[in-house]
Design a protein around this ligand. Structure first.
Ligand SMILES: *Cc1c(COP(=O)(O)O)cnc(C)c1O
Length: 572
């Protein structure tokens, strides 16, 4: 292996993310945010964009999910051996936590593109002899523990990340915060800027703030105020103290009442963006006074195309993986070849289901897929709103495959999983409902390409982007989704897939909105989707092709990264 300092010769963008999902074997992610970070890194490597990524080691992962016979969720730590996947670098830095100096090390993972580019990824770790037993666990559990634990993690990520990049000799020209978790990095940059000026905080705070902002880019991902990280200042005082930026000055940057990581990142970034056009609009309303752009998320094509699609595309659309825009040429593939590839992926999923749950997925029965984090706003059980109606439409003609984890503290989310189990029991023998446990990158790779339509029905406008639908489109699986997030940009009715409900959020109670959306979902399944699938196969395959040629060619991380380069990183 070449020495790590081959990476320090070029000036780089430092991409900070609390979670990164590169592969099943590196379980340092919980969901869409982490998988997006992983796909970003892979596209940067493919495109030779000089990036270095920084995240936490998360030695116990997020959690492994198992489900009881009635759908009750159980959580266990994920055991994985970081030393089998990457090398620990010799550099050590310290960060101030509760008055102690906590030592931070970094593991180096090389993300290698088949095209030759490499992006180094640093996994920060406090499990070192120099640290107290408790401090050794700071980088164990992703999104685990209480507020204090989270704040400590964010000190390690933000402050530790900047310091270790410098200790390793990296020359960073832009810091990119993927969500607010990493916003403390701005405080360390501010601290260093002030040291250069040697001025007092009072006189230079605004000048220094602008100087730091010149080096920072911030992507916000959450359209609900409650989703943003906030810490009260007494906790901040206890954990960080006045060591980096005095709390009095911090109040001017991160909000007066409490430290809001989004506010901090907004104040200290010269470029801010949401992750879809609609999410940009929602964010501008949520944070008036800031210029907030929109760069729509994507997915990494070679990671998310099934083996069947990779082989099909390789035969017909040479070069597609590095230049996914070429997927616009999908019409050069015959209907038969596309259908065979799709049925191959479906059979592969059926085999996986058989192994994991013992259940049978029928290859000639229309199959709806639904997998994502389980959270109230995602309404994971909405399709079961009216079981009688669902039976009338789908008896013997419909199968459903679900997956998804609820956050360990989210009891409402856990109840949603049990609702799916209850419905499955009621529908038994008439509509097959399968729940695959432990949703992860590998489960997604089996599940998404193997279903016939991809369902998404969040409460509008709470889905910032959504990326699993893009993975579906790439595999010729059309989307059937509420008009929110990326689907507002990707949807053309009956051409690329189908919408659910009205375009604008309904001015009604949640119950009424749920009923209206469920009603529209049933009507479209009955009137359009099932008849097209069963009675007009060429018409169905046309929509599959459009999903590839009109959605996947554009909604990918290659296009997204080219936009970040030209609209964010290189703009002055
Ligand atoms: C793509 C992906 C997600 C994100 O799905 P959304 O539709 O954006 O909610 C979450 N988890 C895993 C494992 C994924 O692969």
């Amino acid at each position: 292996m070449e020495h790590w300092n081959v990476f320090t010769q070029t000036s780089r963008i430092a991409y900070f993310s609390m979670e990164i999902g590169l592969a099943q074997e590196i379980p340092t992610y919980s969901g869409g945010l982490g998988v997006l970070a992983g796909d970003t890194i892979k596209s940067a490597a493919d495109l030779n964009i000089p990036l270095v990524a920084v995240t936490l080691a998360s030695r116990k992962g997020y959690f492994a999910q198992s489900l009881d016979a009635d759908g009750a969720q159980h959580e266990a730590p994920v055991e994985w051996d970081i030393s089998a996947r990457m090398k620990q670098l010799p550099a050590r830095v310290t960060v101030p936590i509760e008055g102690r100096s906590v030592t931070v090390a970094a593991w180096l993972y090389r993300n290698q593109s088949p095209a030759g580019g490499v992006v180094p990824v640093l996994f920060l770790d406090t499990a070192l002899e120099e640290n107290t037993e408790e401090d050794q666990t700071i980088t164990d559990r992703l999104y685990g523990g209480d507020q204090r634990y989270r704040l400590k993690q964010e000190v390690v990520l933000g402050v530790g990340g900047v310091r270790i990049l410098q200790a390793l000799g990296f020359n960073i020209f832009q810091y990119h915060m993927n969500e607010g978790h990493a916003a403390l990095l701005t405080l360390e940059l501010l601290n260093q800027t002030r040291n250069v000026h040697a001025g007092s905080w009072m006189n230079t705070l605004d000048v220094d703030r602008k100087a730091v902002a010149q080096r920072c880019v911030f992507t916000t991902h959450t359209p609900v105020p409650a989703g943003h990280d906030r810490f009260n200042y007494s906790l901040v005082q206890e954990v960080i103290g006045d060591e980096i930026v005095p709390v009095e000055q911090l109040r001017q940057l991160g909000g007066d009442a409490e430290l809001n990581m989004t506010t901090l990142a907004l104040q200290l970034s010269r470029f801010v963006n949401g992750v879809a056009k609609k999410h940009g609009e929602v964010s501008r309303k949520m944070f008036p006074g800031y210029e907030i752009h929109a760069i729509t998320n994507g997915i990494h094509p070679l990671t998310w195309a099934s083996a069947y699609m990779v082989s099909l595309f390789n035969r017909h659309i040479s070069g597609w993986a590095l230049q996914p825009e070429l997927l616009v040429r999908v019409d050069s593939i015959s209907d038969e070849d596309l259908w065979d590839a799709h049925q191959g992926a479906k059979a592969y999923l059926a085999q996986y289901i058989k192994e994991v749950t013992g259940e049978q997925l029928f290859l000639d029965v229309f199959t709806i897929g639904f997998a994502r984090r389980v959270a109230t706003y995602k309404r994971n059980d909405l399709i079961f709103h009216d079981l009688e109606r669902l039976l009338a439409i789908g008896k013997g003609r419909l199968q459903l495959v679900f997956a998804g984890k609820a956050h360990p503290h989210d009891n409402d989310g856990k109840a949603l999983i049990q609702n799916v189990y209850t419905a499955a029991e009621r529908l038994h023998g008439e509509i097959t409902v399968i729940y695959l446990p432990n949703y992860s990158i590998d489960v997604a790779k089996y599940l998404i390409p193997g279903v016939d339509v991809w369902l998404n029905n969040p409460t509008r406008p709470l889905e910032a982007s959504g990326t699993s639908g893009m993975k579906a489109a790439l595999n010729g699986v059309p989307n059937f989704s509420v008009l929110d997030g990326w689907w507002i940009e990707g949807h053309i009715e009956d051409i690329t897939g189908w919408s659910i409900g009205e375009k604008t959020s309904i001015d009604a109670s949640l119950e009424e909105a749920n009923a209206a959306d469920a009603d529209d979902m049933y009507a479209k399944l009955e009137d359009k989707i099932l008849p097209l699938y069963y009675e007009d196969r060429p018409g169905w395959i046309r929509v599959m092709k459009n999903a590839i040629g009109k959605n996947a060619y554009y909604f990918n991380t290659h296009v997204m990264m080219r936009r970040y380069v030209t609209e964010a990183y290189l703009q002055r």
